[in-house]
Design a protein around this ligand. Structure first.
Ligand code: GTP
Ligand code: MG
Length: 238
């Protein structure tokens, strides 16, 4: 199952949204809007290529091992306002070249796996494919963030073939288990709840950290049961 968290781009839509942003220096010229839409189309193509590769791997696992490593996927293109917001926050110029040079998460896929073993096998099989490159890996499963966040982030560069040739385009893929996803959704909701008193925020953050540790233990136990009934070696002590 793939959930698209964004509809396809429409030029008229984009033009309206760019105008509504009221950027310094006035509105974009029609040429710049076209250039932007073209760029987004390339990101969309790259995102589809990677998600198709992931679906093929998932299907192969189903046929060979009667096991679906991927529970579901979500994919999205970063919205125009988030792209501009991020460039502004980083003090970078706003334009097509700046997006290409500085943003690696315009196309994003979240791969939610059943077990931790699945996270590593799916990501390793994808990373070893000869037509794509691994640009960056951040393993927050081996090294969780201080708040308890866990996921494996990989930025891939995938060739998108246009009439002008191959355009290597980055796609950010977040691999995580169902438990990691469950946790990240609540932590994300807490982070964007700005009207919370400081003491409440601190209390909830601490509880979330405890939850992250509990979920990690549960995951190891469930992974071990799954391995045992499938005749695979056990995971080391949690
Ligand atoms: P930015 O993209 O600018 O955030 O920096 P980065 O590319 O170094 O980020 P990183 O790879 O660490 O994380 C990118 C994405 O992972 C974010 O946009 C979130 O979707 C997710 N993420 C990272 N840290 C957290 C976290 O603490 N909590 C949650 N819920 N999500 C996180
Ligand atoms: Mg990011």
């Amino acid at each position: 199952v793939i959930l698209d968290r964004h509809s396809r781009l429409k030029t008229s839509d984009l033009q309206a949204r760019l105008k509504a942003l009221d950027l310094p220096g006035g509105t974009f010229t029609p040429e710049q809007v076209v250039e932007f839409v073209d760029l987004m189309q390339v990101y969309e193509g790259a995102m589809y290529e990677i998600s198709t590769k992931l679906e093929i791997l998932d299907d192969e696992f189903q046929v060979r091992f009667s096991h679906d490593p991927i529970h579901h996927m979500e994919r999205r293109l970063k919205s125009v306002s988030s792209i501009i917001g991020k460039l502004e926050r980083k003090g970078l110029p706003i334009g097509v070249n700046s997006i290409k040079d500085n943003l690696f998460d315009v196309a994003g896929i979240r791969v939610i796996c059943n077990y931790r073993d699945d996270v590593y096998s799916v990501s390793n099989y994808l990373s070893s494919q000869s037509d794509i490159q691994v640009l960056r890996v951040k393993d927050y499963i081996k090294n969780p963030k201080q708040n308890g966040y866990r996921s494996l982030h990989v930025i891939y560069a995938v060739p998108v073939f246009l009439s002008s040739g191959a355009h290597y385009t980055p796609v950010e893929v977040q691999f995580r288990t169902i438990a990691m996803d469950y946790w990240a959704s609540l932590e994300h909701a807490l982070r964007y709840k700005t009207d919370l008193p400081d003491n409440k925020l601190a209390e909830h953050s601490q509880t979330l950290l405890d939850c992250a540790r509990s979920l990690q233990n549960i995951e190891v136990q469930m992974q071990n049961i799954h391995r045992d009934i499938n005749g695979a070696p056990q995971v080391g002590e949690a």
